[in-house]
Design a protein around this ligand. Structure first.
Ligand SMILES: NC(=O)c1ccc[n+]([C@@H]2O[C@H](COP(=O)([O-])OP(=O)(O)OC[C@H]3O[C@@H](n4cnc5c(N)ncnc54)[C@H](OP(=O)(O)O)[C@@H]3O)[C@@H](O)[C@H]2O)c1
Length: 249
């Protein structure tokens, strides 16, 4: 069963992030706190509608490409948690660039690295004391997303094993590096009982995936919620898709 007391989601104003907020609120035992973060809260109408109808949702401003702002967000979250820890951090926000070898630029590489790789790493670092606090509060429970976990939203195109078509330099490389963030965290934080997993949401009909994608965000998130519910020590440090299948690195 998946029943974290608190969850923070980045890029929660649309697409997969917004659907994650919706489905966490529908869990049998929903979180007491859903920190739904986005870079432009003033424009996040759907999120504000959800927050108005459910007191668990706090809409917070967070630009994952600006690590200097993370401390302020952590302080806001810490105040709202009133002494308890953060169970689940979902690094969902991401950007895509499909540049091939002739089009790729240093600026694009830096931009995707900042949002897709550096942001998730430094967010995990900033929130680590709160995640450790959540893990300690449930000493005795096995590793799980209910206890404490960091989920990085990756993409199968970041898999080296799966790469048969090349291209997409900034996106592939930034997600492959994100996978190393996951793997490293899974090694470094295991002794704290904190899980770290990369999840591939599938090819999803969002602004990023486009209308020809294979599944809806409802289907993707339903799958990922099931996968998160089943994560344990054995799955720590893996890349899994929304159906729970292991994707080789
Ligand atoms: N859709 C797919 O088929 C697919 C497949 C594999 C992996 N993924 C991954 O799944 C995640 C979600 O994708 P999606 O399909 O929901 O994409 P999406 O519809 O394009 O939404 C992306 C989200 O990320 C946010 N974001 C981008 N840059 C940000 C920043 N600097 N700070 C904070 N938020 C930022 C966006 O906010 P704004 O509204 O402010 O731009 C938006 O909320 C991404 O990591 C993506 O790489 C998606």
């Amino acid at each position: 069963m998946l029943c974290p007391r608190s969850v923070l989601i980045t890029g929660a104003n649309r697409g997969i992030g917004l659907e994650l907020v919706r489905q966490f609120l529908q869990l049998e035992t929903p979180p007491k706190h859903v920190f739904a973060t986005c870079r432009s809260p003033g424009k996040a109408e759907d999120l504000h509608t959800l927050a108005k109808s459910n007191g668990a949702v706090s809409v917070l401003k967070l630009d994952v490409s600006d690590p200097d702002s993370f401390q302020g967000v952590r302080e806001e979250v810490e105040a709202l948690l009133q002494g308890s820890g953060l169970n689940l951090l979902i690094n969902n926000a991401g950007i895509i660039s499909r540049d091939d070898l002739s089009a790729v630029t240093i600026q694009k590489m830096e931009s995707l690295f900042r949002t897709n790789t550096i942001g998730p790493l430094f967010l995990a670092k900033e929130f680590l004391p709160l995640i450790q606090k959540a893990a300690k509060a449930s000493t005795g429970l096995p590793m799980s997303c209910t206890k404490s976990a960091i989920i990085n939203m990756t993409s199968k195109v970041g898999s080296m094993d799966d790469n048969r078509s090349g291209g997409r330099y900034p996106y592939r490389i930034s997600k492959a590096a994100l996978n190393m963030v996951t793997k490293n965290l899974s090694v470094d934080l295991k002794s704290d009982d904190i899980l770290s997993v990369s999840l591939h949401p599938g090819y999803v009909k969002t602004d990023m995936g486009g209308p020809n994608a294979l599944i809806t965000s409802e289907q993707s998130v339903q799958g990922m919620i099931n996968v998160m519910a089943g994560l344990d020590e054995e799955k720590n440090g893996l890349m899994l898709d929304y159906a729970g299948k292991i994707i080789p690195w």
